[in-house]
Design a protein around this ligand. Structure first.
Ligand code: SF4
Length: 192
């Protein structure tokens, strides 16, 4: 797929998301948050759901967790616009509650189609909800930092930056795992 075809495909999905009423979450949300960044990237980052600031701006990871994500990206030589960043849920759950199973199920095709179009070499999941979308039986405390295959995607599960902001030990583990992304990417490219 050419760069133009990818961009058109991603825009078409964003349009569908903006009109979506497949679950209750659109009712109280201010803006849809379809995803952001380059669709010509080797790495995508997938979090859980929009929070307060994301809902205000329609852009994922723009609050404190987003600042931490941008800081970590800089440490490995990337700007946020050079990668694609999205969530498994595209409208903000009220009061930032956890997404419910029927909401995750209703929303999952959007992420699947986005990733099919972008076709990244590595999908970095942020937090347990995103990880369990691809790896239903994985546990974040055990499986963070371990590369796993899920269908056609290679998944690298990490803690969510928001969890890192709440817990210094989690933040330390998140940073350690994050700094390994270039090495993991090279390994996947070389078939290791
Ligand atoms: S959260 Fe997903 S499934 Fe629910 S209304 Fe929004 S786009 Fe549709």
């Amino acid at each position: 797929m050419t760069k133009d075809e990818k961009e058109k495909g991603i825009s078409a999905i964003a349009e569908q998301i903006s009109l979506c009423k497949k679950c209750r979450l659109y009712e109280q949300a201010l803006h849809p948050v379809p995803g952001d960044g380059s669709c010509n990237t080797e790495i995508t980052f997938v979090g859980e759901a929009p929070g307060f600031y994301e809902d205000q701006q329609g852009i994922p990871f723009v609050g404190r967790a987003g600042k931490l994500l941008e800081f970590m990206l800089k440490q490995i030589g990337y700007k946020r616009e050079e990668v694609w960043i999205g969530n498994i849920i595209k409208h903000r759950p009220p009061e930032n509650r956890d997404p419910l199973p029927d909401e995750i199920s209703a929303c999952q095709d959007y992420l699947n189609h986005q990733l099919e179009i972008i076709s990244p070499i590595l999908v970095v999941t942020l937090g347990r909800f995103s990880m369990n979308h691809f790896l239903p039986d994985a546990k974040i405390s055990v499986d963070h930092g371990k590369v796993q295959k899920a269908d056609k995607f290679t998944i690298y599960p990490l803690y969510h930056p928001a969890a890192g902001l709440r817990n210094p030990q989690v933040k330390k583990n998140l940073l350690i795992d994050f700094l390994r992304i270039p090495e993991i990417l090279e390994n996947v490219k070389n078939g290791h």
